[in-house]
Design a protein around this ligand. Sequence first.
Ligand code: F6R
Length: 261
Amino acid sequence: MEVIIQPTEEAAAELVARIVAKELRANPHLVLGLATGKTMECVYRHLVGHHKEHHLDFSLCSTFNLDEYVGLFPSDPNSYRHYMDHHLFRHVNVDPRNTHLPNGLAADLEAECRHYEGSIQRFGGIDLQLLGIGKAGHIGFNEPLSALRSRTRVKALTPTTLKQNAAPFGGEDKMPRRAITMGVGTILECRRCILLATGPNKAAVIAQAVEGPITSMVTATALQLHPRCSVIVDEAAAAELKEKDYYRWIFENEPEWQEYR
Ligand code: F6R
């Protein structure tokens, strides 16, 4: 795992977008894993900019989202399908047939989860997975106590997540209590992971995820087992990290980051 600290939320999101753009230019058939949430909105804005201003081509790539609420229609403004259409898909030239989200309306949710895993396999696995982190340390909707080898499945949302995500639904009592999510094991199989966290609200959980012990209580800690994971944070989210000087040195000196400095 490596941690990259950027001065602002904007700079951190822009860095993530530049990494995605570089990977997509190197491999137009990229299989891209996507996340939703407030943090990612800025990344998608930058990716749309790369498409419009620098002709970044999405026509051959495929996407798999981490998760979707159970019981929402794709047209529901709070569904993650709607989020992706709104923030990215309709602004770039991705083929809609190559964009995948779990179907939270499936009659047989377990079969849907198996089918989703199968689709990821059929596309050759995920090359680059974008991740956010919840206040309770989840990646995807892998809530505390999610098995670190878990696969795509239905997960009940914790009170912390319900509180975190309730606003657009107009209250916790109006939102779905369950979601389909890729498992921690599914995420660990992606060839490269990038976790983005910004803002002071994420400082405590980022310190736990990066420098704390691996535990299913904070599923982001499982990324410490991943062979190629970058955690990109702004100064506010980095506030409680102990080894900041070391992380800064990496970004300033390692050849891999030269083109992004
Ligand atoms: C959403 C997802 C979640 C979010 C996390 C952070 O697809 O997988 O893990 O990334 O809850 O959400 P924000 O960015 O809204 O703080």
